[in-house]
Design a protein. Structure first.
Length: 303
């Protein structure tokens, strides 16, 4: 998907929530959301889409997220973690996750993400008192084809139900027996989302803006539901050479270049006022005129 498609995808998605099939599906899912302690009606979805910041994530960033999410530290969830309180994000290329159902064994594609803040109230049970949580509701979306495209009227559709991430707790709560705790597969998808949000706000990322063109503005104005807001285009920042000499630095005669694998490091985050993980992207170190030494590494090309 291209950056300029983001607003058209969002408009088609909003059209789905305003349709009769969406209302019927929401009625079927209402009980499931009620058990989670909040409402998620088509009107709730539309209200969030109207004010959501738009994002498009480039292919190289998608690949970094895939690599980084495997080792992301399980910090307590913060309401301020996402780059905006309401968001609509489209991936240039989908990633896939193997279905947790052993009878399915299918790789499910995910091509975007939506989120908004939610307050959850879980009723008291004989095992626990009434539970109140502020958190983030995330909903992954996936590509649709064939007859599904006709049903949804959009190139993307929701994948499963939305997932609630309670603030002030780590995702390892997935293993908890507490009421409202996540299933492991839900925790995995939330980990992808948190990795995406974290990387989008770090120096290795360049964020530009793309305005809606005239035909898009007209379509959005006619729909009257989604404003022609700009799209934040998230790409991998190009490496720049650093200048300056340090006369006191010790000179080392390196015999080769080597690859430093991507890894997480804790660093003070001014916006969140706490120490949070920062991703150090894979890079090559050593003199440019020396041979590159690569040890025990397999490079896999994916389509």
């Amino acid at each position: 998907m291209r950056p300029e498609e983001t607003l058209d995808i969002k408009l088609a998605f909003a059209g789905w929530f305003a349709s009769k099939p969406a209302a019927e599906l929401a009625e079927m899912d209402a009980e499931a959301y009620a058990r989670q302690g909040f409402s998620n009606s088509p009107q709730d979805e539309l209200d969030s889409l109207r004010i959501a910041q738009n994002y498009w994530v480039a292919p190289d960033m998608v690949r970094i997220v895939e690599a980084a999410q495997e080792t992301v530290p399980d910090e307590d969830v913060l309401l301020e973690e996402p780059p905006s309180s309401h968001g609509f994000l489209v991936l240039a290329e989908p990633f896939t996750i193997r279905c947790a159902d052993p009878e399915c064994a299918v790789d499910h594609p995910f091509s975007g993400l939506r989120w908004r803040p939610v307050h959850r109230v879980l009723p008291a049970t004989k095992w626990a008192e009434e539970q109140h949580d502020d958190g983030i509701l995330i909903q992954w979306i996936g590509p649709v084809v064939g007859e599904e495209r006709q049903f949804f009227g959009s190139p993307v559709a929701p994948v499963g139900n939305g997932m609630f991430m309670p603030a002030g707790r780590p995702l390892q709560m997935a293993q908890s027996v507490e009421v409202g705790a996540m299933r492991p597969e839900s925790a995995a998808l939330c980990r992808y989302a948190r990795t995406m949000w974290t990387l989008m706000q770090q120096p290795l990322v360049a964020v530009g803006e793309m305005e809606a063109d005239r035909p898009q503005r007209r379509r959005l104005q006619r729909a009257g539901q989604i404003p022609a807001a700009p799209v934040a285009v998230v790409t991998l920042r190009r490496k720049t050479a650093t200048g300056g000499n340090n006369d006191e630095a010790q000179e080392v005669e390196w015999s080769h270049r080597w690859v430093v694998r991507g890894h997480w490091r804790r660093q003070w985050h001014p916006r969140l006022q706490s120490h949070r993980p920062i991703w150090i992207n894979e890079h090559v170190k050593g003199p440019d005129d020396k041979p590159l030494l690569v040890r025990e590494k397999v490079i896999t090309w994916r389509r």
